[in-house]
Design a protein around this ligand. Structure first.
Ligand code: ATR
Length: 280
C-alpha cells in the first residue's frame, strides 16, 4: 500500500448498505485526489482491535466514519471527543491528528446545513415539533438548540424516552406522547420527523399541518423514499417541505475535509448519483 495515499473507512455491522463510499469516492474523483474510502465490516466485539490498529498506524487508515452498532461504543475508545459528540452521546467521524484519535458527530451539522441550503431562514422558527427520541433525534435537538430555535416539543411513542431526552437537553425541550401530536403541531414553525414511523410500510396517522405557523417547514430525516409519507402529507396540504437526503450528504463534508484536506461541495450531481444508487 502506498503510504502517502490517504485512506478513510466506514465501519459498521452490517456495512453493505452504506452510501458513504459513493459520496466520498465521488469527491475524491472530482477533486482528482489519489485517496481511498473503504467500507469495512467490523462487529461490535472487533471494535477495540480495529481502533487499536488505527491508533498505532498499522491499519493504514487516517480516519473514517462509524455507523450502527459503533456510534456509542466509540465514545469510550477515542482520545479526544469534541463537545458536539459528547452532547449527542454518539460518534460518527474520527481522524488521527498529532498521534491521537479525535472524534466528533457531524449529523447535527448535516441537519442544519441541509436546511440552510434548501430552506434558508428555517432557524427563525420560534417553536419546533420533533417526532422520535432515538439517536437521530439527539442530533436534531442539538442542532435546533445550537441554532436558537426557542422551544422544542419532543413527541415519542414511548414517552419515557422523550422525557429522558428532555431532561438531558434542558427546559427548552418538553416531552409528550403521540396522542398530543395533533394539538402540538398547531402554531409550530418547524416539524421534524426523526422516527421510523412509516418505514417498512407501517401505517402513518393522518396529521393536519395546516394550522402551523406561516412559512412553516416540515422535514424528515428519513430519505428512503425521498418523499416520505409525512412529507407527502405536508406537501398535499400546501406546507413547505425539505427532504432528508441533504442531511446525509452534508454530514459527510467535515469528515472528508479532516481526512483529505479539502472542503468538498454538495453538488446537484452528487445528489443525482445517490438517488440513482437508491433506485438501482
Ligand atoms: P434512530 O437512532 O434512527 O433514531 P431508534 O433509536 O431505533 O433509531 O429510534 C427510532 C424512533 O422511531 C423512536 O423514537 C421510536 O419510538 P419508540 O422510542 O417508542 O420506540 C420511533 N418509532 C419506531 N416505530 C414507530 C412507530 N410505528 N410509531 C411511532 N414511533 C415509532
Amino acid at each position: 500500500m502506498d503510504k502517502d495515499v490517504r485512506r478513510a473507512f466506514v465501519i459498521g455491522d452490517p456495512i453493505g448498505h452504506s452510501r458513504s463510499p459513493l459520496i466520498h469516492r465521488y469527491w475524491l474523483e472530482t477533486a482528482g485526489l489519489p485517496g481511498g474510502y473503504d467500507p469495512v465490516a467490523v462487529r461490535a466485539v472487533e471494535l477495540e482491535g480495529f481502533v487499536a490498529a488505527l491508533k498505532d498506524g498499522s491499519s493504514g487508515f487516517c480516519g473514517g466514519n462509524a455507523t450502527i452498532p459503533h456510534k456509542e461504543a466509540l465514545l469510550g475508545l477515542v482520545d479526544v471527543i469534541d463537545s458536539t459528540a459528547t452532547d449527542i452521546g454518539a460518534v460518527n467521524t474520527v481522524w488521527l491528528e498529532d498521534g491521537r484519535l479525535h472524534a466528533t458527530n457531524t449529523d447535527s451539522y448535516g441537519f442544519a446545513a441541509n436546511l440552510d441550503e434548501t430552506a434558508p431562514g428555517w432557524d427563525g422558527a420560534t417553536s419546533a415539533v420533533v417526532l422520535g427520541a432515538g439517536g437521530a433525534s439527539r442530533a436534531v435537538l442539538h442542532a435546533l438548540l445550537a441554532r436558537g430555535v426557542g422551544s422544542i416539543v419532543l413527541i415519542n411513542r414511548t414517552v419515557a424516552r422523550a422525557e429522558a431526552l428532555a431532561r438531558r437537553y434542558g427546559p427548552r425541550v418538553t416531552a409528550h406522547g403521540l396522542d398530543a401530536l395533533q394539538d402540538l403541531v398547531q402554531g409550530a414553525g418547524l416539524f421534524v420527523n426523526t422516527s421510523s414511523l412509516g418505514m417498512g410500510g407501517t401505517e402513518v396517522p393522518a396529521i393536519d399541518f395546516t394550522g402551523m405557523a406561516r412559512d412553516a417547514l416540515v422535514t424528515d430525516i428519513v430519505y428512503v423514499p425521498l418523499e416520505t409519507p409525512i412529507l407527502a402529507m405536508a406537501r398535499a396540504q400546501g406546507v413547505a417541505t425539505a427532504d432528508g437526503l441533504g442531511m446525509l450528504l452534508h454530514q459527510a463534508v467535515p469528515g472528508f475535509e479532516k481526512w483529505f484536506g479539502i472542503r468538498p461541495e454538495v453538488t446537484p450531481e452528487l445528489r443525482s448519483r445517490v438517488i440513482a444508487d437508491m433506485e438501482a
